[in-house]
Design a protein around this ligand. Structure first.
Ligand code: COA
Length: 367
């Protein structure tokens, strides 16, 4: 589906003072609307941030639950009944950057946008190939986006959503016009393959979207949050201190998770964040055509659907064949929906990402 034909527009011309006032009004309005600070309504200055193309890339090797049961003490019955996951894709030759590049090329093709037109590349990941350069810079080089500024962000499973909102802020401010945003992970290299309670949940892959200012459709409202006090319930240690003063035995850590605490966080925070965002957009949950949520666990999606009183048929699923791919989950799901032709211009879509940090972010947009 080529969304590039969507009407293009020039950069919005808004003064700094006007923007500051606008921001103040927006926050006050959000507080009045739902009684909670932080939910922002967009599009009032005449430009909305619209997703105009999507792409994704999954590595070639599929590993089923039965495959895992041959190398660890688990079963398809345990994994699928608790999570809904049946299989996941794991890398062999692929890297976080190589999958990102493929997803980016597909999104640009879908959008009908050339590499030179991209002003900004933001990539959400917790599993980049290098500490530096950023994976976004690797993508920039590979696709030839010579006019773009590129950087990575770490907001774990909310990474793509945070990237979307950062791109939105740049577009709303008139600084950039066209952005490539990605979520990409090679989680298989940071999970502990001896911890059956976590390793069976995750997969590898990348998803991308091209976003651009649009006068008609796009982002209506956004909500973001973080709670660093609960960071230890889902964590992956980095390198420890090591220098001539304190020589230590450098051992890289792996992902560890308190599954039940994460579950409790997800089933309370996500529906509240979605409800708030939908209200800020001036809508009701029943007005939303699809809820494209982070794909952590089918039980979390069922719980959100129940709490919002919305049928599960409005919650598309990719976790059955992908597992949890952290920042890549939402853009991969969106791309699958797009390629299936589920998304029509003007449809109301709610997105939500949530996970390590803890972090969460929801958005409501018109497709
Ligand atoms: N295969 C078989 N048995 C397993 C297993 C596996 N892969 N992993 C754990 N078990 C066992 C445990 O050892 C435990 O056995 P015990 O009762 O003999 O001690 C039993 O299964 C129950 O484990 P428990 O951790 O209580 O399971 P649970 O019902 O809480 O389900 C999760 C575990 C991870 C599926 C669940 O907590 C969850 O989905 N949490 C949210 C996680 C998530 O989505 N995180 C990412 C968010 S971004």
């Amino acid at each position: 589906m080529h969304r590039a034909k969507a009407r293009e527009r020039g950069k919005p011309k808004v003064s700094g003072a006007a923007l500051r006032d606008e921001g103040k009004q927006t926050e006050e309005q959000a507080e009045r609307h739902c009684g909670i600070k932080g939910s922002i309504n967009y599009g009032r200055n005449g430009v909305k941030t619209r997703i105009i193309g999507t792409g994704s890339c999954l590595p070639g090797t599929v590993v089923t639950n039965d495959d895992l049961s041959k190398v660890m003490d688990t079963s398809d019955e345990w994994i699928s009944s608790r999570t809904g996951i049946r299989e996941r894709h794991l890398v062999k030759e692929e890297t976080t950057a190589s999958m990102s590049v493929e997803a980016a090329k597909r999104a640009m093709k879908d959008a009908g946008v050339t590499a030179e037109e991209i002003d900004l590349i933001i990539l959400g990941t917790v599993s980049a190939d290098f500490v530096t350069p950023a994976c976004a810079c690797e993508v920039q080089a590979a696709i030839g986006a010579t006019n773009a500024v590129a950087f990575d962000i770490n907001a774990a499973c909310a990474g793509f959503m945070f990237a979307l909102n950062i791109a939105n802020a740049y577009i709303q401010a008139g600084i950039y016009r066209t952005a490539l945003i990605l979520g990409a992970e090679t989680l298989s290299k940071i999970v502990d393959w001896e911890d059956r309670s976590t390793c069976v949940l995750f997969g590898d892959g990348a998803g991308a979207a091209v976003v651009r200012g649009d006068e008609q459709y796009g982002l209506l409202a956004f909500d973001q949050g973080s709670d660093g006090t609960k960071g230890d319930v889902l964590a992956c240690p980095g390198r420890t201190n090591n220098n001539p003063l304190i020589q230590t035995d450098q051992r890289l850590g792996f992902v560890h998770m308190d599954g039940q605490e994460v579950y409790k966080f997800a089933v309370t925070t996500v529906p509240a964040s979605l409800q708030k965002t939908i209200e800020t957009a001036g809508l009701m949950p029943k007005d939303i055509d699809y809820f494209a949520l982070h794909q952590a666990n089918i039980r979390i999606l069922q719980s959100v659907s129940k709490r919002l009183h919305i049928g599960e048929d409005k919650f598309p699923i990719s976790l059955d064949h992908c597992g949890n791919i952290s920042a890549a989950s939402v853009p991969i799901l969106l791309d699958e929906m797009n390629r299936k032709g589920l998304l029509k211009p003007g449809m109301k879509v709610a997105l939500s990402g949530f996970g390590g940090g803890l972090t969460w972010a929801s958005a409501v947009l018109e497709w």
